[in-house]
Design a protein. Structure first.
Length: 267
């Protein structure tokens, strides 16, 4: 399937926009709102939520298959939960895996339900560090931040430089943007009369604290037995997987290989 350059440009716009949306485990609502706005312009697609908030996007008028194909991605990212507030002083806990060096006087932004962004700086660890790392933080101003809000690293919005995406939320919103672009191309093909199979998107929650959404999707039957899953993820560059050399197809994990037939089809 060839993709017109105008649509490629549109896909990149989605990529930079979506990966600039603040998100955290338990605070995926801003990303979900962005996707809702995207779906509102595509009546051929439908979206359903399961009991814990995972979302499945599929075609309204495509015959359901016994073994549908799912592109999956998670909507959270390593970030801070605000546990307590005393004026401009905060206590934060961190959800996700990030090396300790990045926390030394790290710059953060607290996000309120009204959309305010209040900058601050980490002062150091405090209290018990289990089950989550705990930090004290000083905000630049007292702007109504409350316990239960969240904070992210203070980074610029996404942009493309020299062909490389530089963005605050690459893992895993870049994958979510790719999944949306893929199903949109299939939507256009379907509208043009081309046959498309039963391809769906599954966006899960709370991956950073132990695949909570993905495990819930399995237990709840959100993913039917026999479905074929293509999990989209982003990882750091390595010598055998440098940036710019194309996608990596992972064939398995330390316990077993995945589906050989599906892997072959993807490759």
């Amino acid at each position: 399937m060839s993709i017109h350059q105008d649509r490629r440009t549109q896909h990149i716009d989605w990529l930079t926009a979506l990966t600039s949306v603040p998100t955290a485990t338990g605070h995926e609502h801003l990303v979900q709102a962005w996707i809702d706005d995207w779906l509102a312009e595509r009546p051929e697609l439908t979206c359903e939520s399961d009991e814990i908030g995972n979302r499945t996007i599929s075609f309204k008028d495509v015959e359901p298959a016994e073994r549908p194909v799912y592109f999956t991605a998670h909507l959270d990212h390593p970030a801070f939960h605000i546990e307590s507030v005393n004026g401009t002083s905060l206590e934060l806990t961190f959800r996700g895996g990030v090396m300790d060096d990045y926390f030394n006087e790290g710059k953060v932004v607290a996000h309120t339900p009204t959309g305010q962004r209040v900058r601050g700086r980490l002062l150091g660890t405090t209290g018990d560090q289990e089950p989550f790392k705990r930090f004290s933080c000083e905000l630049e101003a007292d702007e109504g931040v409350q316990p239960g809000d969240f904070a992210t690293w203070d980074l610029p919005d996404g942009k493309i430089e020299d062909g490389i995406l530089r963005t605050p939320v690459c893992d895993d919103l870049a994958a979510a943007a790719a999944a949306l672009a893929a199903i949109d191309e299939l939507r256009l093909a379907c509208n043009a009369g081309e046959p498309v199979g039963d391809v769906r998107l599954l966006f899960t929650l709370a991956e950073e604290v132990g695949f909570v959404g993905a495990i819930g999707a399995c237990k709840l039957g959100t993913i039917p037995k026999g479905a074929r899953l293509i999990a989209l993820e982003n990882s750091r560059a390595m010598s055998e997987a440098p940036i710019g050399e194309g996608p990596i197809v992972r064939v398995g994990d330390r316990l077993s290989i995945f589906s050989p037939a599906l892997t072959k089809a993807v490759c």
